[in-house]
Design a protein around this ligand. Structure first.
Ligand code: NBY
Length: 798
């Protein structure tokens, strides 16, 4: 039997399957079942329909002798999987119908699933979109990562301040993973290296086991299913019976507790590199397990390691799995006896590296001390790699080891066949800045692959109203071929069609308004502009520029309350790294501003500010379809790409933004007249920073900015603690590294242009619809095709 070729699953089939799982997998009757039981039963019924295609994909890959792609990532921000699975298997009507018949509410059941937050932000979400596109394209692939017990912390606010609580997705039942106790590898740490007859022998001091958990990832229409394999750390000897027998019960359980620390929690920092030993352990743990698994699979099919580069492509998602270079060399040279140069050449033929940041504080380095203590043999191999590279490139002045640090970016670059940036601008800057010297030596290595997002989750599933309109207009081929959205373009000037487009947005906004009211007690005007900035909190992303403009706007409305102001609701959401105090102050400031501004009867119906707690994938899916305006306001040159920017454009929210990351390409495609551009370019940013007192000069030149800053400094938003934000005011009027003040005036101008444009509703709808029609290129299917052609040399099998 082959499920992939089964024509339809009927509502009745699905209902019976749900009831069967309820009874036989969960031991419940419909009378005793709780929401979670129903959710699990439905998930199992859907999952069952992926399994045949999953087996089939493995078989076909094997039969074709196809090259396999392995995506190594510390993070997979997958979110909820049930609705995604239902949508991709095209079971939405059947599932709704079956639940209906059982007296259950679809939204309530899918809403019961925990949002798996095994990632921080863009990098982790990109990995999740890539897995889905790899399956949609039938590319034989596997994601490898860590099965964190605790994902990204849960955020709440106490008097406006960020509070963090552990995330506990695994405490709820999780339907999607298959435990693989038979796929287990022993991973060593520390110890020493001895020379045995000219051969290096590493004897680790500590060992743990990595155990695999597999999640099937179905592509569009369920034609192909790949695997996300996450590793969980287990003790080699889970229980110390001697300690137990002596009555030391805590000691008896220690080995398991210690080992499990490795896969216990996701590091919550998305930009500052912390250099903590446990982090390096995590990196080596999952990378080493993945490579052992990859070689085991390769060995089962081939016996010549020289074939590895033609059968295996490994993608390193940032430098976090960079230890793959030395580890693969170690496995081939130390353990299999290949000559060092051959081992290094083979590894270089398999590995590729994606860079996601140019921020110096985010470039991963490890002190030689920490690295050498944990991975003594790898440190030696790093040096041999460095020597071999230097010998082949005599003009090389830098090295992997410098200033007593191991530089993981340099290591990744040297060990990679291809190195890529994630937007055209970012890739260009990589060549000019961090990798200038290596790029000159290896001019063919760096390629660009502009990011993309999966249209199944980020349009079809999250925005059913707009999706139906699109399908009614151009039929449903766009789901697998997003550039076909261009076919909408002739309709944007058709009044009846554009009314339908506007109606979809209006209804999405009304839904969001009722949700805000039901869950947060917030009343918003659905007629107002929904202006949304959702992303991690960081100075370079400049949420403080946004809130400064809101303050100035509020002050100006108060100056002239009867003027014809375009009503606006500003929505923020995002988490700050727990140790990033400045970002946490920005959160608190936004919450304080919201409290004061929202309580002002004079401005209440013209401006509202909201900060929603605990931003995650699910919240993004709720907000983006209801957005009118997308805030993408980073300091030019700092945001590698952005992917939220693409989701908003696709869902018909024009951007107010800088020429940064993929904003540049979005503007090129949607048209300059459908994008609210402001601010300095990356080159101008560098020049401006060299201007003495740039912040003070900008403040003196713009009375609105001066007045907004003064209000913060005077304690207008923190009356009981006037100097609460002294630090922010001082930073902005002094050093202002991210040039908030220098970009303020132009941002203000762009925002007033937005107001004017929004007032002409039919022109605005046209602009929104053109954003949708012209964003098809930002599908992650296009990105993955690019990786397959330019980096992996891999073929799709569907
Ligand atoms: O990767 C983001 C970029 O900021 C964004 O512009 C880009 O669109 C996206 C996908 O390419 N980077 C990102 O999300 N980085 C992290 O989340 C991250 C996480 C951990 C660490 C560093 C960065 N770390 O060192 O632990």
């Amino acid at each position: 039997m082959n499920i992939a070729t089964l024509p339809v699953v009927s509502r009745d089939n699905l209902r019976d399957a749900i009831l069967s799982h309820l009874a036989y997998s969960f031991g419940k009757t419909p009378e005793t079942a709780q929401t979670q039981d129903w959710r699990m039963a439905l998930s199992y019924a859907v999952r069952d329909r992926m399994v045949e295609a999953w087996f089939d994909a493995t078989r076909r890959t094997y039969d074709a002798g196809a090259k396999r792609v392995y995506y190594l990532s510390m993070e997979f921000l997958i979110g909820r999987l049930l609705e995604d699975g239902i949508v991709n298997l095209q079971l939405l009507d059947q599932a709704r119908g079956a639940l209906d018949e059982l007296g259950l509410d679809f939204a309530n059941i899918v809403g019961d699933e925990p949002d798996a937050a095994l990632g921080n932000g863009g990098l982790g979400r990109l990995a999740a979109c890539f897995l889905e596109s790899l399956s949609t394209l039938g590319c034989p692939a596997m994601g490898y990562g860590i099965r964190y017990e605790h994902g990204l912390f849960q955020q709440s606010f106490a008097e406006g301040r960020q509070m963090e609580a552990p995330e506990t997705w695994l405490l709820q039942r999780h339907a999607w993973e298959f435990e693989r106790p038979e796929s287990r590898y022993r991973i060593g740490f520390g110890g020493s290296v001895s020379d045995e007859a000219g051969k290096a022998v590493w004897t680790p001091a500590v060992e743990v086991d990595a155990e695999a958990f597999d999640t099937p990832i179905a592509g569009w229409q369920g034609k192909w299913v790949n695997t996300l394999r996450l590793w969980s750390a287990r003790a080699v000897h889970p229980f110390d019976l001697d300690s137990f027998n002596r009555g030391d019960f805590e000691g008896a359980a220690q080995p398991e507790a210690l080992a499990r620390t490795i896969s216990r929690v996701l590091y919550p920092d998305d930009t500052t590199e912390q250099g903590k030993e446990l982090r390096l352990k995590q990196e080596f743990f999952f990378t080493a397990a993945a490579l052992r698994d990859i070689l085991r699979r390769f060995d089962s099919e081939y016996d010549d390691p020289g074939l590895l580069p033609s059968k295996v492509a490994v993608q390193l998602n940032d430098t976090h799995p960079a230890i793959a270079g030395p580890e693969l060399v170690r496995l081939l040279h130390d353990e299999r006896g290949l000559p060092f140069d051959d081992a290094m050449g083979i590894a270089q033929g398999c590995l590729n590296y994606t860079n996601h940041t140019l921020l110096p504080e985010a470039l991963e380095t490890w002190s030689e001390g920490v690295f050498g203590k944990l991975l003594p043999r790898h440190l030696q191999i790093v040096d041999r790699i460095d020597d071999a590279h230097a010998k082949a490139n005599p003009s090389r002045s830098l090295s992997i080891r410098a200033d007593h640090q191991v530089h993981m970016g340099e290591l990744s670059f040297i060990m990679a066949n291809r190195v890529n940036g994630v937007s055209a601008l970012h890739t260009g800057l990589m060549k000019e800045t961090v990798f200038e010297e290596l790029h000159a030596l290896h001019p063919e290595k760096i390629v660009n692959q502009t990011n993309g997002v999966t249209p199944r989750r980020w349009l079809l599933s999250c925005n059913p109203r707009l999706s139906s309109l699109i399908t009614d207009t151009i039929s449903d081929g766009w789901v697998a071929d997003l550039e076909r959205l261009q076919e909408l373009e002739p309709h944007v000037d058709d009044a009846a069609w554009s009314d339908r487009y506007a109606e979809a947005k209006r209804a999405n906004k009304a839904d969001l308004a009722s949700w805000l009211s039901d869950t947060h007690g917030l009343k918003v005007d659905p007629e107002a502009i929904f202006d949304i900035q959702i992303k991690r909190m960081h100075e370079y992303k400049r949420q403080h520029l946004n809130i400064l403009e809101a303050i100035a706007h509020w002050q100006e409305i108060k100056d002239n309350p009867s003027a014809d102001w375009t009503p606006r609701v500003k929505i923020f959401a995002g988490k700050a790294a727990p140790g990033y105090f400045f970002a946490k102050d920005i959160i608190r400031l936004i919450n304080d501003v919201a409290r004061v501004v929202n309580a002002d009867p004079e401005t209440r119906d013209k401006l509202e500010v909201i900060f929603l707690p605990n931003y995650n994938v699910t919240l993004a899916e709720r907000l983006i379809p209801a957005a009118d305006l997308s805030e993408q306001i980073s300091t030019a040159g700092k945001e590698a790409s952005g992917t939220g920017n693409m989701k908003f454009a696709l869902n018909g929210a024009p951007t107010v933004g800088t020429l940064d990351g993929a904003n540049v390409e979005i503007r090129e495609r949607v048209g300059a007249e459908n994008f609210f551009l402001f601010g300095m370019t990356a080159d101008e940013v560098d020049a401006r920073r060299a201007v003495e007192d740039h912040a003070r000069k900008a403040i003196e030149a713009d009375p609105r900015l001066a007045r907004a800053l003064k209000a913060i400094g005077d304690g207008v938003f923190s009356a009981n603690e006037p100097d609460r934000y002294a630090n922010i005011v001082e930073n902005l009027s002094g050093h202002d590294y991210f040039l908030v003040c220098s970009d303020f005036s132009d941002y203000w101008r762009a925002q007033r242009e937005v107001d004017a444009a929004f007032a002409d509703r039919s022109a605005w709808t046209r602009m929104a619809a053109l954003n949708t029609a012209r964003s098809g290129w930002f599908s992650s299917d296009r990105t993955i095709r690019g990786y397959m052609a330019d980096i992996w040399d891999a073929k799709g099998l569907v």
